[in-house]
Design a protein around this ligand. Sequence first.
Ligand SMILES: NC(=O)C1=CN([C@@H]2O[C@H](COP(=O)(O)OP(=O)(O)OC[C@H]3O[C@@H](n4cnc5c(N)ncnc54)[C@H](OP(=O)(O)O)[C@@H]3O)[C@@H](O)[C@H]2O)C=CC1
Ligand SMILES: O=C([O-])CC(=O)C(=O)O
Length: 265
Amino acid sequence: MTSPLIVSIGFGAMARSLAASLEKGGSGLRLGGFLLPEHLPTDAPAGMRRWNSVDDLIAARPDLVIECATHAAVRETVPQLLEAGIDVVIVSIGALGDAGTVARIEAAAKTGRARAIAVSGAIGGLDVLRSAKLAGLDSVAYIGRKPPTAWKGTPAERLLDLPNLKEATVFYEGDAVEAARDYPKNTNVTAAVALAGLGFKGTRVRLIADPAASGNTHELEAKGAFGSFHILLNNKPLPENPKTSWLAALSVEQAVLRHFSSLEV
Ligand SMILES: NC(=O)C1=CN([C@@H]2O[C@H](COP(=O)(O)OP(=O)(O)OC[C@H]3O[C@@H](n4cnc5c(N)ncnc54)[C@H](OP(=O)(O)O)[C@@H]3O)[C@@H](O)[C@H]2O)C=CC1
Ligand SMILES: O=C([O-])CC(=O)C(=O)O
């Protein structure tokens, strides 16, 4: 049997980590290539194909596409793939904070009889949150803490003197609507929490830059009819991108393995 064609959208830190990890994992699955617009240069390992346009990728009939690129790629590329009947794993799930994008993705998946799969990414406890929601949730709160370098290139740069920060500082408190939209490379996890729990408006978010943090920590607190829970993840970042946790790349690998397995656990 030929092995399935698995393709990423984007070939940055996460896609590279996924490619290396699948190669080592012994499942027989591998990343066969990536879609990257022509104007974006990259180096790719031998044996990995590159597609410059979504039409060319669709013509190659991939078995699974993994979006690990940007919110724009979710809006602009994912619906076309779903409409063409291709299942897509979505990693930049902060894009799903926009109701229009969700509606387009759902309609495209229906038309193409394909599945859009949102990953848990760098956070956990979403299974509990989804179950607890059925009996009613009173509150859901997320706290994200990363070292100042991880907040470079975000609105935190305008709010704080990141290179000279001496102590842990809260720079955002609000809902998941703004958090997911304004920190698209850092807070996709808030979208995962919102989608599993109380929605984007109902999810409280606090973001912290902490010079003492050695990695990315994610805290999730929920209260409801079921009781309450509090989890804390201390994630190591990917060496190529301090904004992204290694666990996020591992969650993508897990989604790929589950997709091709006959027993879903
Ligand atoms: N759900 C979660 O928990 C998490 C989600 N993420 C999200 O996953 C995505 C990937 O993360 P990561 O690999 O670390 O990010 P990187 O910035 O390292 O990689 C992104 C890749 O996408 C490419 N790219 C940019 N625009 C497009 C486009 N329009 N179409 C296709 N490719 C494009 C980039 O090219 P170039 O470098 O040339 O711009 C680069 O190759 C990000 O959106 C990130 O926010 C990250 C961590 C956790
Ligand atoms: O990887 C992480 O720690 C979280 C992240 O960047 C995101 O949610 O976008």
